[in-house]
Write a protein of this length. Structure first.
Length: 337
């Protein structure tokens, strides 16, 4: 039996998760060095994220980190997953995008999201109200108008190209992305394939071409860990799931710890259940197992690209996962030829 392959491109989202015992300088420089390695592996894009005042995550200023990544690389596309629209006025978001595009023409992507601050205190610091989410579609249109040069004022620097814009959603805003001629990034657990497929189909049906997207384009975000055995891959995925589950109780997303430092026997039944439920949303296992599961997701949802998230304490394991994903996609390219 031939090795399983992935027939669509695979990109990476790096949230700049911190590890126990390291500072933000180490974390942010590692995002840049990872981008250089991903470029050498031939992966098409790397995105960074925006999280404000979240302990354990250093990625708070996507435009700044994108600029550092783009300056250290030459071919890979650099984007954000995403710019959180409620965090700043639409003009400022558009200025960040156009500045990046002017500095690195033809290499910038931007996902636009609707998340508010992690806690009430952070939302107050960002001058956000809970009902700010309702302004998302209006504000996205305004960002688009500034970039297109059709707004009532002309921003500086003026947009020098058609930067691809993507709407980040669990599926509910797929019709809006289609109407605006934007790309679509679907997020959710790996098991929610029916909902993702329906959202992708609705988006394609209603898509209206734009300057940046002449045809619909759907990216599916999925957590992935690849290792020599299922248990080793689970150990790679566990630290991020652990921190996420614990954050629901403590309000703090702790820096990542090694799997060996996590005592699952000390968990309550509820916490253990949440950990296992979280792990079911991760595609983990051996290379062939992961490739088959990812390709099944592609075929069942009809997406054009996968965007892998894999915050890991084990940096060697993450590098091996990145390399394995690159090999799977190269094999897919060769098979199509």
């Amino acid at each position: 039996m031939s090795a399983a392959v992935i027939t669509v491109p695979v990109a990476v989202l790096d949230r700049a998760n911190q590890r126990v015992g390291e500072d933000a300088t180490d974390t942010l420089h590692r995002v840049v060095s990872r981008a250089e390695r991903l470029e050498s592996l031939g992966l098409p894009r790397i995105w960074v994220a925006e999280h404000h005042a979240v302990p354990g995550i250093a990625g708070s200023a996507p435009a700044v980190l994108m600029a550092a990544v783009a300056s250290a690389t030459s071919r890979i596309r650099v984007g954000a997953g995403g710019f959180m629209v409620p965090s700043r006025p639409p003009l400022v978001t558009a200025e960040h995008i156009s500045t990046l595009e002017a500095m690195h023409p033809g290499r910038i992507d931007v996902g636009l999201g609707n998340s508010l601050g992690f806690t009430a205190a952070v939302r107050r610091a960002l001058r956000q109200e809970i009902d700010d989410r309702g302004d998302f579609e209006r504000d996205v249109r305004e960002v688009r108008d500034y970039l297109a040069g059709t707004a009532s004022i002309t921003m500086q620097p003026r947009a020098v190209g058609s930067t691809p814009l993507f709407v980040l959603t669990g599926g509910g805003r797929a019709p809006f992305a289609a109407e605006q001629g934007m790309g679509l990034v679907l997020g959710g657990p790996a098991g929610a394939t029916d909902a993702m497929a329906q959202a992708a189909a609705a988006y394609r049906h209603g898509f209206r071409p734009s300057a940046a997207h002449s045809v619909p384009y759907v990216i599916l975000s999925v957590q992935v860990a690849v290792a020599g055995s299922e248990s080793a891959a689970r150990a790679l995925a566990l630290p991020e799931i652990w921190s996420l589950v614990m954050s629901r109780s403590t309000g703090v997303f702790d820096p990542l710890r090694s799997a060996s430092a996590l005592d699952e026997n000390a968990l309550s039944d509820r916490e253990r259940s949440r950990i296992e439920r979280g792990l079911t949303g991760v595609v983990y296992g051996t290379r062939d197992h992961v490739a088959r599961r990812l390709q099944s997701l592609v075929e069942r949802t009809g997406v054009d690209e996968l965007m892998v998230t894999n915050a890991m304490w084990d940096l060697d394991g993450r590098a091996e996962t990145d390399a394995a994903l690159a090999a799977m996609t190269r094999a897919g390219d060769e098979r199509r030829r």
